[in-house]
Every structure is written in structure tokens, then in C-alpha cells.
Write a protein that binds this ligand. Structure first.
Ligand SMILES: NC(=O)C1=CN([C@@H]2O[C@H](COP(=O)(O)OP(=O)(O)OC[C@H]3O[C@@H](n4cnc5c(N)ncnc54)[C@H](O)[C@@H]3O)[C@@H](O)[C@H]2O)C=CC1
Ligand SMILES: O=C(O)CCC(=O)C(=O)O
Length: 383
């Protein structure tokens, strides 16, 4: 029986995929796996039983990745599973940033009870004029699953699109419209674009990338959209930019105390991925990743360990998480040889400081001896 703890509401379409051998719930203790959306795990005490965390979503800044790696906990996410949902809301944000829609709607509500609402509307509407996006320049920082979707859609809407991503993947580049201009640096985005949208993860490198200095390089009247994470933007610098008339609008999916009631700031309650389609997609992908790891040791879409996937052909599979240092495989092979256990298949891959080895055998091995080897973090036998 595997125990799965739910840290957020996860779509039933996904959790229903867990079979009879799973116990799932919010109050589970000593869990083998955690399913989470945006809940923070930074202060969560991981039980020694925990093998894997699956984030039903893209951003993993709510999970202490280094700590997980040190404890041999595999962390998965669900790349691209919510990208279309976010793209659609970013397109909405583009229009909200241009056309004073929210402000206009709020104003209409203030006319309740007044005589001749129709006439008042026609008289007052000129205060809510805003430009069309057709022909304007959009800068996209981060061309991953979401950035590429947004770029392609914006091209179709007639925008001139500039993209910046120093680590763009081959897949993302293949999926992107050829009309997207390759910005060699962020300054090109800042100096050229009428609209700037952020789609890079929260990392030490992206922290406060929108700040006083970068805002100073932007065009007057720039509109900034942030559906990535709050900490990519120095909100005080944005408020200052708005006050000075440099920034026309700031639209974000992340509520922080200082911006929620400010003029020319529109704050959404982290709604980017909140569609039934995206919630189902993320849950299904996260559950499948978790199941395949717990039952077969296979790793797909992990952010801290390499992708390893092998069909099962033997009675036992020994899964080892260890440091990515020389001589590990030789030590494993020697230990198996000394026990006269034949290795029928062995695969080893590394990601950064950590590595993962799967060894398939017909005979069981004593885990304690493997665990006692230097640099071995976790040993598990799957039958
Ligand atoms: N508002 C919401 O509900 C959601 C927000 N997100 C946020 O959006 C981010 C992006 O999501 P995806 O596109 O699915 O992830 P992704 O991993 O497919 O794309 C991220 C892209 O950012 C690029 N990047 C990394 N560092 C960069 C830098 N310093 N400058 C420019 N580009 C950089 C990467 O190379 C990658 O291509 C997530 O990390 C998450 O924080 C994601 C999903 C929903
Ligand atoms: O699960 C959610 O609603 C948040 C999605 C998100 O921010 C992400 O996938 O990074």
C-alpha cells in the first residue's frame, strides 16, 4: 500500500488513476508521496518515508529542492500541462492593460441609481480610451511552454513579438513562430517594447529583474504583465514607475499587500492555471509520474534527478539515488558480484550533483550494504 498526501485540492480525474494499492488524503502521515500545487513546503517536515513530490504545475519555488535532493526525494513537475490556460489569461491581461476595461466596468457600477445611465455612459466613456494591440511590440522574457504559446498567439493577433531566453530549449525553439524576433539581451526588450510579459521561473537570476534600473530603460507608457512569480518584480519600483507616468499599467497574477489597491495595477488571485482543463492535465501528469516512480522506479519530468525509463523484465529492481561522483557503478557492481547476484540490466544517469542508478536482478540484495556505501543517499528495492 502506498500513501499519498494531498497538500492542495488535486483534480479527481488524476487521483482516480491511483489504483487499489494507494491510500490518498490530506491527513495522511508517513507518506510515500506528496501531490501539491502552490502550497509552500518550505516549512514542512518531510517524513523519512517520503520518496517523491509531484507538483501539479510548472513552478517549483514552493518546494525546497536542495533539501529534497539531499534527502533522496525526487521532485516532479508537469511541464506544459497548464501552459494554454496561462496563455489565455495573459492574452486577457494584454487587453486589460490596454483598454481600461476593469476601470470602465468599475465606473459603470458607480452610476447605479442615477438617472439616464445610458447618456452618462456615452458622456463619460472617453476617460477609458485605450490603444489596440495590433501592430504594437510585445517583449516576452522566458520562452518556455507558456512564453512560446503567448508568442505564437500574439503574432496571430498582429503584434510584433520580441523574445528573450538565454536557455531556450530545442523543443521550445521548434514550436515557436518564425516571426518572433530573437532579442539578444533584456535591454532590447526594455528599450523596444510597448508591452512586456514575464514567463521565466523564479530563480536567483530572475529575482527583481524588473527594477528601477530596468524600468528606466523602458519606453514611456509601457505595460508590464507578470504571470510568472511575484519576486521577478520589485513592486515598489513599479509603483514609482506608475506614479511618474513611466508605466501605464501593471497586471499581475500575484497579490502582495503593497499593490492590491493601487491605481493602474490589476491583481488577479493566481488564476493563471485555474481552468478545469489545466487542473485535469496537471493532475493526470503528476499522478502518472508519481505512480511510475513508486511502482517501477522510472523518473520522468523531475527537476532534481535525471530522466530514467526502462521496461521491467526482472523480479527485482534496485533503485539508488547517490552523489554524482566517480566509482559508484564499480562499487555497486562489485557488491553484486561478491553476492553472486547477476545484474541483468543497469542504467545510470546524472543531473548536476546527483545521479540515479537502476539495477534489475532476479535475486534480492541486502539494501543495508548498499546504503552504507559512501555517497549513497537512498536505496529502494521494488519487487
Ligand atoms: N500564473 C500561473 O498560474 C502560472 C505561473 N507559472 C510560472 O511561469 C513560469 C514559466 O512556466 P513555463 O513556461 O511552463 O515553464 P518552462 O520551464 O517551460 O519555461 C521557462 C522558460 O524560462 C527560461 N528562463 C530561465 N531563466 C531565464 C532568464 N534568466 N531569462 C529569461 N528566460 C529564462 C527557461 O529557459 C525556459 O525556457 C513558471 O516557472 C511559473 O513560475 C506557470 C504556470 C502557471
Ligand atoms: O496550481 C496553480 O494554480 C498554480 C500554477 C502555477 O503557478 C504553476 O504551475 O507554476
Amino acid at each position: 500500500m502506498y500513501k499519498i498526501k494531498l497538500m492542495n485540492k488535486i483534480s479527481k480525474v488524476g487521483t482516480d488513476l491511483f489504483g487499489q494499492q494507494y491510500q490518498i488524503g490530506e491527513d495522511i502521515e508517513n507518506e510515500d508521496g506528496i501531490l501539491v500545487r502552490s502550497a509552500s513546503l518550505h516549512d514542512y517536515q518531510f517524513p523519512s518515508t517520503l520518496l517523491a513530490i509531484a507538483r501539479a504545475g510548472a513552478g517549483v519555488n514552493n518546494i525546497p529542492i536542495d533539501q529534497c535532493s539531499e534527502q533522496g526525494i525526487v521532485v516532479f513537475n508537469t511541464p506544459g500541462a497548464n501552459a494554454n490556460a496561462v496563455k489565455e489569461l495573459v492574452l486577457c491581461a494584454l487587453f486589460l492593460s490596454s483598454r481600461q476595461i476593469v476601470e470602465g466596468i468599475d465606473w459603470v457600477k458607480t452610476l447605479k441609481g442615477q438617472e439616464g445611465v445610458g447618456k452618462l455612459v456615452e458622456k463619460g466613456k472617453s476617460q477609458f480610451v485605450g490603444p489596440e494591440i495590433d501592430g504594437k511590440k510585445l517583449g516576452i522574457i522566458g520562452l518556455g511552454a507558456i512564453g512560446v504559446h503567448v508568442a505564437n498567439a500574439a503574432i496571430k493577433l498582429g503584434m510584433e513579438v520580441y523574445g528573450y531566453d538565454p536557455y531556450i530549449s530545442v523543443d521550445a525553439a521548434w514550436g515557436m513562430s518564425k516571426w518572433v524576433k530573437n532579442a539578444q539581451n533584456m535591454d532590447t526588450i526594455f528599450s523596444e517594447c510597448d508591452y512586456i510579459t514575464l514567463h521565466a521561473p523564479s530563480t536567483p537570476e530572475t529575482k527583481a529583474m524588473i527594477n528601477q534600473e530596468s524600468i528606466a530603460k523602458m519606453k514611456d507608457g509601457v505595460r508590464i504583465i507578470n504571470f510568472a512569480r511575484a519576486d521577478l518584480v520589485d513592486s515598489q519600483a513599479v509603483l514609482e514607475g506608475i506614479q511618474k507616468g513611466k508605466i501605464k499599467k501593471y497586471i499581475t497574477d500575484f497579490a502582495t499587500e503593497d499593490i492590491i489597491d493601487q491605481k493602474d495595477v490589476i491583481v488577479m488571485p493566481h488564476l493563471g492555471a485555474s481552468t478545469p482543463e489545466s487542473e485535469d492535465n496537471c493532475a493526470i501528469m503528476a499522478v502518472k509520474e508519481m505512480q511510475d516512480y513508486l511502482e517501477n522506479g522510472n523518473i520522468t519530468h523531475s527537476v532534481n534527478l535525471p530522466s530514467v525509463h526502462e521496461p521491467r523484465t526482472t523480479k527485482y529492481r534496485i533503485c539508488l539515488i547517490h552523489k554524482n561522483v566517480p566509482n559508484m557503478l564499480a562499487q555497486f557492481a562489485t557488491l553484486f558480484a561478491n553476492k553472486h547476484i547477476n545484474i541483468e540490466n543497469m542504467v545510470n544517469k546524472a543531473k548536476g550533483e546527483y545521479a540515479y542508478t537502476m539495477i534489475d536482478t532476479q535475486d534480492v540484495v541486502d539494501c543495508e550494504e548498499l546504503k552504507n556505501l559512501d555517497h549513497v543517499i537512498q536505496v529502494r528495492v521494488i519487487e
